[in-house]
Design a binder for this molecule. Structure first.
Ligand code: PHE
Length: 356
């Protein structure tokens, strides 16, 4: 039993120096396992007198407890060191540049619609929408387009097979039917823009069977031609980002407006290059006019009390002019190279909401 202190010291020293959890386990087995050194000594207690057995038993138990504690302590400190090492090894260098991730582009049509909504939104317009498949009443009749009008002919308009009522639905040929739908539902004052798809049986370098328009409609008791002009001049200058952009109103004709005006913006074509701004030439960009009294009446609005203006333009056309896109057909080809070139990086695109 004299050697017991020495045994304890050497076991504790071994525990403190164990290199890893495997060494700790080996040490535990060699001391406290079935054939372990401490266990063997326990077995010798049987041959002693009761008094000696009690005393020696207590001392042996003390060795056992001290070793168990030492093994636990070493285990904990090994685990901690291991964690420290792992943290050091796996540290993330936050100063490294990120790996580039493929990023989509915003299509020029979407970008242009966003700009239109931002500009007219500033002026108090809200956005309205309507169906692509229309009936004759909303697309033509209520807009005062007579039955013999060339736009109604089969080679200009996509007609769908006749329904039970014998009427042929049409793919809307302009966004103007949404004017009608809105006036039928909402009492003036009205101040809306309607961006959306339109369809015409036409296909060449400057016409596509599907294209986009934006319609504008303002109806109240006091709006006059001066408001139409002011709003559209402001819009043209803001959209093209040219403060002194000349804007010209040219008398024109639409069945649904009276008087009607075509709107041109100034440009220069000197040296074969088109530049939007003050110059010798003009570019037509939109149609407009004071809403025809018959159209108001067709929608149940009293033309003696209410009046207002409407306008409509092609979204592809103004996008092509603003962003220098030469061919209309490329808008719908889904060519990723084209989109990477003409598309807009999300959050970086010029936005009048976020500021250019
Ligand atoms: N709907 C006309 C078109 O498609 C454009 C327009 C709208 C003209 C509103 C005047 C007023 O050509």
């Amino acid at each position: 039993m004299q050697d017991l202190e020495a045994l304890k010291e050497s076991l504790l020293a071994e525990a403190a120096q164990a290199a890893d959890s495997a060494a700790l386990e080996a040490l535990r087995v060699s001391a406290l396992g079935k054939k372990g050194r401490v266990t063997q000594l326990m077995k010798t207690l049987r041959g002693l007198s009761p008094e000696e057995r009690r005393e020696a038993g207590q001392r042996l138990n003390a060795v056992k407890d001290a070793l168990t504690d030492a093994l636990e302590a070493r285990k904990a400190s090994l685990a901690e060191a291991e964690l420290e090492a792992r943290l050091a090894r796996e540290r993330v260098d936050v100063s490294l540049p990120p790996r580039p991730r493929p990023l989509g582009r915003i299509h020029p049509i979407s970008q242009t619609v966003e700009e239109l909504v931002a500009i007219f939104g500033e002026m108090g317009f809200s956005v309205a929408e309507g169906p692509h498949i229309e009936d004759d009443f909303h697309n033509f009749e209520a807009l005062n387009i007579p039955p013999w009008h060339p736009a109604r002919q089969d080679h200009d308009t996509f007609y769908l097979p006749a329904g039970e009522d014998g009427e042929r639905p049409v793919l809307r040929t302009h966004t103007s039917p949404v004017q009608i739908r809105h006036m039928q539902e909402v009492k003036p004052p009205i101040r809306i823009i309607v961006p959306g798809r339109t369809f015409r049986a036409d296909s060449d370098a400057t016409h596509s069977p599907m294209f986009h328009q934006v319609e504008g409609l303002v109806i109240d008791e006091a709006t006059h031609m001066g408001h139409l002009k002011g709003t559209l001049i402001e819009f043209c200058r803001s959209f093209f980002g040219v403060e002194d952009l000349p804007v010209r109103f040219r008398p024109s004709y639409f069945p649904f407006t009276e008087p009607s005006a075509e709107v041109d913006i100034g440009c220069s074509r000197e040296g074969g290059q088109l530049v939007i701004g003050p110059g010798k030439d003009w570019l037509e960009i939109l149609g407009s006019g004071m809403v025809h009294p018959k159209v108001l009446a067709n929608c149940g609005i009293d033309p003696n009390k209410y009046q207002g203006y409407a306008f409509g333009m092609g979204i592809e056309r103004i996008a092509m002019l603003k962003y220098g896109i030469p061919d209309l057909r490329t808008f719908y080809e889904s060519d990723l190279r084209w989109l990477r070139h003409y598309g807009f990086v999300p959050l970086e695109a010029p936005s009048l909401v976020r500021g250019i």
